[in-house]
Design a binder for this molecule. Structure first.
Ligand code: SF4
Length: 365
């Protein structure tokens, strides 16, 4: 999109054109404020920032990927406010969706890197192979490594979407034949924020853009470069099946009664106790569900090198952080169930004492 068109951009008019009411827009602002873990008092600030936003330029690079993150971005059947936020970005280059092709497309990318150095946002999907001078992934006659150095090295910031761009993902799984790595490892000088997951949750990508528009900076991250608002909590601690874990109620076989009843999937290999992501609260597909909600355990896909450290998929974790080391898969349920039973028994004893106490008082009156 040409620069003069960008300057003419009017978000309020876009909302009207797409039939989004003011009420729906404010509802979106409330949701994204909550997703960013900001207090409700920030809602007007978020609305104001979006309405007055100047379109930041964005280029979307795809390297060793399955295009799942692009699919996640384009997934919705109906236009939502979140998609409109992505409309406020000037997406000048995206191989999968752009109309231009070949030299014309590459010219658009080179123009952004040259004319908007230090001002544009780069999004990377897919890992970058380092082995043999990066010959295993080439686009337009350049290796992914060369392109990443040029594009991410000159960007204001790079958002690595999905686990492959963040940490190498599946291409980096042993024996990693192409020497695949994530963006930060390939271009250490770049400012990179990681949004791992297979695929990325498009709502978290939207929230990062909103955070940037409101505060003019990227959100705080953890040791793995992931934004705290989305990866600060363990899946296990927000999971709707957690009461069943605590009660020692586990699915033992796919399709058994416990599975039908929505009990805990820990014994079926769920990696939620060792994975950090906001899947249980943010969910997917317009917040309808998420893997554990649908009856399959968490695969741990937002953790670095999850394919090497968390697999086999259906093997249970040997121990659960937060429990004693001797609490293996077989004893946690029993231990918790016994503890719960003991707590109930204790409660019953106290209640019966209270009852006796009450009887005594009534007798003496
Ligand atoms: Fe949920 Fe998995 Fe934890 Fe069970 S083990 S409570 S299914 S995250």
């Amino acid at each position: 999109m040409a620069k003069d068109q960008r300057e003419e951009f009017d978000f309020s008019r876009l909302l009207k054109q797409k039939g989004v009411s003011r009420r729906d827009f404010l509802k979106f602002c409330t949701g994204v404020t909550a997703a960013l873990a900001l207090p409700a008092s920030f809602v007007p600030k978020v609305a104001e920032a979006l309405e007055g936003a100047k379109r930041p330029t964005l280029v979307w690079m795809e390297f060793q990927d399955c295009a799942g993150d692009t699919e996640a971005l384009l997934r919705a059947a109906n236009p939502t406010v979140a998609e409109l936020i992505l409309d406020i970005l000037s997406v000048d280059y995206h191989e999968t969706v752009m109309a231009a092709a070949g030299f014309q497309a590459e010219e658009a990318l080179a123009k952004v890197v040259k004319e908007e150095k230090g001002k544009y946002i780069a999004i990377v999907e897919g890992s970058i192979p380092l082995k043999d001078n990066g010959v295993y992934c080439c686009v337009a006659g350049k290796s992914a490594l060369q392109s990443a150095r040029e594009v991410c090295g000159n960007a204001l910031a790079t958002i690595a979407v999905g686990t492959c761009a963040s940490y190498g993902g599946l291409p980096a799984a042993k024996p990693n034949p192409t020497g695949a790595v994530g963006v930060k490892e390939a271009v250490p000088s770049a400012t990179v924020i990681n949004l791992p997951g297979c695929p990325v949750n498009a709502d978290n990508l939207t929230a990062i853009v909103v955070h940037y528009l409101v505060f003019n900076k990227l959100p705080a991250t953890d040791n793995y470069g992931r934004p705290m608002f989305a990866y600060g909590k363990r899946i296990h601690d927000n999971c709707e099946r957690r009461p069943h874990f605590d009660a020692g109620q586990y699915v033992e076989r796919w399709g058994d009664e416990a599975h039908v009843q929505g009990h805990c999937l820990y014994k079926m290999g769920c990696k939620g106790p060792e994975s950090y992501h906001n899947c249980p609260t943010q969910r997917f597909n317009e917040k309808t569900s998420w893997p554990v909600g649908s009856g399959h355990g968490c695969a741990g896909c937002s953790q670095p090198q999850f394919w090497d450290t968390m697999m086999p998929m259906y093997n249970r974790l040997p121990k659960v952080p937060g429990f004693d080391i001797e609490h293996t898969a077989n004893t946690i349920g029993i231990g918790v169930a016994v503890g719960t039973a003991a707590a109930f028994a204790g409660h019953a004893v106290i209640s019966s004492f209270r009852g006796k106490d009450k009887d005594k008082k009534e007798d003496s009156q």
